[in-house]
Design a protein around this ligand. Sequence first.
Ligand code: NAD
Length: 473
Amino acid sequence: MTGAPPLTIDGRPVAAQRTFDVVDPALDQVTGQAPDCTPDQLEQAVTAAARAQREWRADEDARRKALLAFADAITAASDELTATLSRETGKPLPVAGAEPGICATWLRYYAGMGIPRELLQDDASARIELAHRPLGVVAAITPWNFPLGLAMWKIAPALLAGNTVVLKPSPFTPLSSLLLGEIGRSVLPPGVLNVVTGGDRLGADLVAHPVPRKVTFTGSVAGGKSVAVSAAADLKRVTLELGGNDAAILLPDADLATAVPVLVGTAFFNTGQACALPKRIFAPAQTYDAVVEAFGAAARAVTVGPPSDASAQLGPLSTRPQYERVAGLAADAVRRGARVVAGGHPVDGPGFFFEPTILADLGDDAPVVAEEQFGPVLPILRYGTVDEAVERANDTTFGLCGSAWGADEERAAAVAERLQCGTTFVNTHAELPPTVPFGGAKWSGVGQENGVAGLLAFTEPQVVHRKRTGALA
Ligand code: NAD
């Protein structure tokens, strides 16, 4: 057990005045402490961010260089970031190790992007352009499933656009973000990136604070709604990336030998704890039994274990509440008559491990189908016609992603485009490169991250209208 690492405020390490425990989910043991940021410290962080922004916004070239230096520093510290992340999330090392890489990729991508400036009119009467100005201080609030990657989806475009940032990670996974703040201190001007840690209350206080002009939030629908209400009182701009309950529709001509292993690998990626994963599989009645059998076989082949076990593909659930929720949803499904094709139980021993689980023969009203399970428990649902599958897939308040799988690509694409979601895939799912805007329909979110849209979300449009002198007469 270690002492709490410091907060990052105004380019300096700021020691904890009070702390909270961080648990290693693979062991169910306290692995460290994190600072519980006080109201005074939060005040210092937003004040420092506001002060730093005046200079930071002025020099775009300096910002690009700083983003590239940050990418290099993260790459150099990749092993330490990976170990810290793996300890607080339980992720297998290759899964944790991807996140520093994502951070560097996103920083380099945005460092190479021009801030758009559009010429709307240029003639004898006027020259009119549309420019994009930074918003000011950005409050960035992140969940526990991809603490570093999702933080950088926000930090990189926000900083390039000329904003400064106060980052508030999940209380379940604060240590990797504190380390990110420490790395940032070595390459970014003071106050440009501040990292404060604490509970949900700290997030709410940050959103309600008058200084931040933009809130970018990734987390639950309930959290997002509460952020939207609070931000509305001050007309702060918001981007909300919330939950998902993605449908994957297997069409009758889908090649099961190809599709099923990919779907199982994707659905159970990060132990099923990602917003944009297949969470409901729709299979046609005519191939239902073969689909269920293929999913069962693929799931039974998935290995589960702690990060110290190099052969483990899946780690534990990352938090005790999530572990209890997933176990509860699986037990409820069994009480409702689900057929357990693979798994179905917690794994014996310490830690929040749950067997990769495939459930068949459930109705759409079972909570494991109707709600976001966010764990390695996947229901396979039987459908009669494709129209019925599309209607049932859309019968949800969620709308993050969806997919259709079939040998006839055009036909599968036509089905995919009927899904009411922010991203629809054909014969794949959850591929999220930095260049492509990502966001949710319905309750899955407001606004987009990544791509040019992700940069513009951190800007205020400004029309620059120059009247031509000759046109005054
Ligand atoms: P959560 O909403 O409980 O917490 C997310 C963050 O918000 C944490 O830092 C938390 O402290 C903070 N928070 C909570 N209530 C707040 C409030 N009222 N005001 C301000 N901040 C508040 O979510 P979680 O359990 O950490 O994360 C899991 C959820 O995140 C899942 O629903 C998942 O689908 C979603 N998620 C969405 C995406 C996406 O891009 N759409 C990506 C990853 C995770």
